[in-house]
Design a protein around this ligand. Structure first.
Ligand code: UDX
Length: 429
């Protein structure tokens, strides 16, 4: 099938390339010329394992990129909207990019089209998109809309898009639903057909539930800190109950990224505006927001004042295997360390620190051992596997004082302690 994607971010690029891998012909549009130039040169402009290879093998065969939307809309009858929906100051999702995309489709529509929303959008948006397209249309070409939420995770986007747990098709139109079933016919997972609003809600409820799992285990971990109970054992014991499941029970510095923080806030906003507040999500959000501060307090409790102390911070990305730093707790921790007048040296395998930080005296090292040299404390903020694999005996020789605070419970604590380090995770020792 021929498919157009409007918005070449993580979701649009990954989904488009995966559809191409399944034999469909994909055109990617973005208003950002730089992104299109980069993709046209065969370069995925963000770090996501595996995508580069797929792009190279399909580019200009059945994958094309353009900034000419008129031609692209005219030539494709199946159009995906995959633009961003960032948070506004009041927590609600900014729908301006979705609205712009809908209006542009309306402007250029020349025949019957199926428009599929993949961006995470507040409940009721799919119906609005239909209206926005029709309002902008210069002719009476029929438009069908579908909500088809995306559940892929950054860092494992390709794997998730190739092997999803489920496909959700939210539409009132039988023909459109069948078109999507055809598009996804090679996938073997369950397909759910429902209304657009239910499809929108499935996405928000799923992300909020996973965020709640994380905040639940983090709250438990803080109690475990007091009681000297190992949260890893607790999570393992809980997770073996199939009703609970083992996933998203990893205690640490909380959730970041481009989805959970904004989606939880948006659902809270929607619930408030319908006067049906989601008290539980307010707590989930609050617990998550305070996790970085809790970590700093733990460090201060052990080291006292951080003034003049050398802190080596490992990991800037919000999670491993990505260069995405949106809502990454590492930055909040750096802010707190600067306020405490600590000296900060950072390392991340892929993220480069911006001049906003280096101008404030934060130093970045490409070599983690150099970042650790003379440090009074090492803070692990992202669970990149590289950190677990470091030669910690060598690190022990390099540091000024052997203190490790592991914000992701990523290390084997007993091995680390045997080397003479003082070690504290979150609910883990
Ligand atoms: C998430 C959803 O998982 C995905 O389905 C949706 O499409 C987009 O949002 P993503 O943001 O890429 O994906 O990352 P995810 O792996 O879900 O992790 C989110 C955050 O939670 C990360 O900061 C991670 O470190 C943290 N996390 C995750 C925990 O702190 N503990 C866990 O047990 C799991």
């Amino acid at each position: 099938m021929k498919v157009l994607f409007i918005g070449m971010g993580y979701v649009g690029t990954t989904t488009g390339l995966v559809l191409a891998e399944h034999g469909h012909t994909v055109t990617g549009f973005d208003i950002d010329q730089k992104k299109i130039d980069s993709l046209n040169q065969g370069n995925v402009y963000f770090y996501e394992p595996g995508l580069q290879k797929i792009l190279s093998s399909h580019l200009n065969k059945n994958v094309f990129f353009t900034t000419n939307l008129k031609k692209a809309v005219e030539q494709n009858d199946l159009i995906f909207i995959t633009v961003g929906t960032p948070s506004l100051a009041n927590g609600s999702a900014d729908l301006s990019y979705v609205k712009d995309a809908a209006k542009m489709i309306g402007k250029y529509i020349n025949s019957e089209k199926t428009v599929v929303l993949k961006s995470t959008v507040p409940i009721g948006t799919t119906e609005k998109v239909q209206k926005w397209i029709e309002e902008a249309a210069q002719n009476n070409s029929p438009v069908k809309t579908v909500m088809n939420p995306e559940f892929l995770r950054e860092g494992s986007a390709l794997e998730d898009a190739l092997h999803p747990d489920r496909i959700v098709i939210g539409t009132h139109d039988r023909k459109a639903a069948n078109q999507l079933r055809m598009l996804y016919q090679n996938w073997s997972c369950p397909v759910i057909e429902t209304t657009p609003k239910a499809a929108e809600m499935i996405k928000y409820a799923s992300n909020s539930f996973l965020a709640a799992k994380i905040s639940f285990i983090n709250e438990m971990a803080k109690l475990c800190d007091k009681l000297q109970v190992n949260i890893q054992d607790v999570a393992h014991g809980m997770g073996l109950d199939p009703r609970i499941g083992p996933h998203f029970l990893k205690a640490g510095l909380g959730y970041g990224g481009s989805c959970f923080p904004k989606d939880v806030k948006e659902l809270i906003y929607t619930a408030d505006s319908w006067e049906s507040p989601l008290e539980i999500l307010n707590k989930v959000e609050e617990i998550n927001r305070n996790q970085g501060g809790y970590f700093i307090e733990k460090i201060k409790k052990k080291l006292g004042s951080l003034k003049g102390k050398k802190a080596a911070l490992f990991g800037l990305a919000f999670k491993p295997h990505t260069d995405d730093t949106r809502e990454s707790v590492s930055y909040l921790i750096m802010e707190r360390l600067l306020k405490e007048h600590a000296e900060i040296k950072v390392h991340d395998p892929v993220v480069e620190l911006s001049s906003d930080w280096t101008n404030q005296g934060v130093k970045q090292f490409k070599d983690p051992y150099k970042a650790a040299k003379s440090a009074d404390v090492i803070l692990i903020c992202t669970d990149w596997p590289e950190y677990e694999e470091l030669d910690w005996a060598k690190v022990r020789q390099l540091v000024g004082s052997p203190n490790i605070f592991d914000g992701r419970n990523a290390m084997n604590s007993s091995n680390i302690k045997k080397l003479g380090f003082y070690y504290e995770g979150i609910g883990y020792f």
